[in-house]
Design a protein around this ligand. Structure first.
Ligand SMILES: [Zn+2]
Length: 256
């Protein structure tokens, strides 16, 4: 019986019958994979309660399929990230990021950079040294970059006028084009949002440089709120549907 070993972050767990789980991982080398863990709910000894969402696990699977899925034989917990699951707002953010990956990424497609982005974001969320809100700005904007939908902020998408020379303080962003548009060119835009120049500059910083840059940027409450409103509209628009966990996240955040 041939098989494979890998390591990955558990991004989705679904009950299957009375005893099994169907698990989806974002792996470091195989992209997104879905496997079945047989008797995982019945035999606590076998996986020792480690099949928890957002955990990073070493996996050994057999290729012998059950309903077309590889079967998880062994799992070893590398990083439990349990600080996330103990906190409601952190769980809500991690669920949203995981669902974005789940919806957008095809099975077995290795997308360079996505694994390290999710690992960094979950690690920082777990450690709690950065507020989850700017972390979500970083995760979403880098995700869009990897997905090929990086927002274009530098100049008007139609006349190429440089953003720095726009006279208005709130800049119009066309969700369909994924780019800013100046006042003169703003006709027939069906889906747009407005962002201040200051927020745009901070989002541009987040798009480049290393992940740790997030720790150094000082955000105003208004800029965080504007950035989250923007990205939480832009991401669903381009991945084709709104993650269910985004609705939950918004409710929890309001109640906080
Ligand atoms: Zn223009």
């Amino acid at each position: 019986m041939s098989g494979f070993s890998t390591s990955g972050i558990l991004i989705r767990r679904v009950d299957y019958g009375d005893y099994d789980y169907i698990l989806t991982f974002l792996t470091h080398d195989r992209g997104k994979i879905t496997v079945i863990a047989k008797n995982a709910k019945k035999s606590m000894k076998r996986f020792l309660g480690i099949l928890e969402l957002f955990s990073f696990l070493e996996l050994t699977c057999s290729k012998k399929t059950s309903g077309g899925l590889a079967v998880l034989q062994e799992a070893y917990q590398e990083f439990p990230f349990e600080g996330i699951r103990k906190n409601m707002i952190k769980t809500a953010y991690a669920s949203y990021w995981s669902e974005m990956v789940y919806i957008w990424l095809e099975e077995h497609v290795h997308q360079k950079g996505l694994f390290s982005l999710l690992m960094y974001a979950l690690g920082a969320l777990d450690a709690g040294e950065i507020s989850p809100h700017p972390l979500s700005l970083l995760f979403q904007i880098r995700f869009m970059h990897i997905a090929g939908f990086a927002p274009h902020f530098e100049s008007c998408s139609i006349c190429q006028l440089d953003m720095g020379t726009f006279s208005q303080s709130k800049i119009r962003f066309d969700l369909e084009k994924g780019a800013i548009v100046c006042d003169k060119c703003a006709t027939g835009i069906r889906h747009c949002l407005y962002l201040s120049k200051g927020t745009i500059k901070q989002l541009i910083w987040l798009q480049s440089g290393n992940f740790q840059m997030t720790e150094r940027i000082r955000w105003s409450v208004a800029a965080i709120s504007e950035g989250l409103n923007f990205l939480e509209a832009f991401v669903p628009f381009h991945i084709g549907r709104s993650p269910k966990s985004l609705g939950v996240l918004k409710q929890i955040r309001e109640a906080y």
